[in-house]
Write a protein that binds this ligand. Structure first.
Ligand SMILES: NC(=O)c1ccc[n+]([C@@H]2O[C@H](COP(=O)([O-])OP(=O)(O)OC[C@H]3O[C@@H](n4cnc5c(N)ncnc54)[C@H](O)[C@@H]3O)[C@@H](O)[C@H]2O)c1
Length: 252
């Protein structure tokens, strides 16, 4: 019997790479996404490959999540990995961020992570599974333009610790991966030329990460190799977090 991995926001980008990785490792990968057109494209691209399912779901909507996970758990009684990857970014100066912007970001990033985890918990307990929440270096280090996004990602990291304590008692591990910048549609949308140059200056490895590098971290945390790792935040960020006050002018 194949193991099951559920990945949210997986019709493209980092989520899609994670879904493909689980599939290659022998899991059935269940792909959830709000964007029906992107989901149809993804399904078309994966046509002929076994071990994928597709669900149109808005992770920020309680009813949508409940209905989707009811269908998933009717099909797969146990879930072995849940990756809460769906996320949106709105980058604006703090004084321009409306309550609608704030609520939209919190709705997908934070509420979505909470709702999907709660809806999947019984199936994760049945599968002795584990959760990986996708945070961000924007939740580790504060910056301009990210008052909503950065706060939502910091909250996801604490939610992960809360989950690791309570779900951990039920045998379900919870960890987070905090990626540095990765070249995806989201990055194209919010990373200006200026931001790109600054990242190259601020990150010791002086480059963006790849979707494969993030999927490696996620897969490791869900695997048996990480069986005693619970409640941790793994930064896959080229050393950005470690650099702290690593000003470019102080470089050797
Ligand atoms: N790309 C980066 O530089 C970067 C850095 C750090 C963290 N992240 C995080 O990685 C995750 C994936 O980002 P990405 O770069 O692949 O972005 P992306 O925009 O390419 O993909 C995100 C996917 O999530 C889906 N989605 C959005 N709202 C949804 C909702 N309400 N319900 C279900 N699906 C929804 C989108 O349709 C899309 O397919 C996000 O949580 C993001 O915050 C990205």
């Amino acid at each position: 019997m194949k193991k099951t991995a559920v990945i949210t926001g997986a019709a493209r980008g980092i989520g899609l790479e994670i879904a493909k990785r689980f599939n290659r490792e022998g899991y059935h990968a269940v792909i959830l996404d709000i964007d029906a057109a992107e989901l149809a494209r993804c399904e078309e691209n994966l046509k002929g490959q076994e071990g994928f399912s597709f669900f149109n779901c808005d992770v920020s909507n309680h009813q949508s999540v409940s209905e989707t996970f009811a269908q998933i758990t009717a099909q797969f009684s146990a879930v072995h990995a849940l990756v809460n990857n769906a996320g949106i970014a709105i980058f604006k100066p703090a004084q321009e961020v409306s309550f609608e912007d704030w609520s939209a970001v919190m709705g997908v990033n934070l509420n979505g992570t909470f709702l999907c985890s709660q809806a999947c918990l019984a199936a994760l307990v049945a599968g002795k599974g584990s959760i990986v929440n996708i945070a961000s270096i924007s939740g580790v280090r504060a910056s301009t333009l990210r008052i909503a996004y950065g706060t939502s990602k910091a909250a996801i990291m604490h939610l992960t610790k809360q989950q690791s304590v309570e779900y951990g008692n039920m045998g379900v591990r919870a960890n987070a991966v905090a990626p540095g910048p990765v070249e995806t549609e989201m990055a194209k949308l919010v990373h200006s030329a200026d931001i790109r140059t600054s990242y190259a200056d601020a990150i010791p490895l002086a480059r963006y990460g790849t979707t494969e590098e993030i999927s490696n971290a996620v897969y490791f945390l869900c695997s048996e190799q990480a069986s005693y790792i619970n409640g941790q935040i793994l930064c896959a960020d080229g050393g950005f977090d470690a650099a702290g006050v690593g000003l470019p002018s102080l470089r050797v």
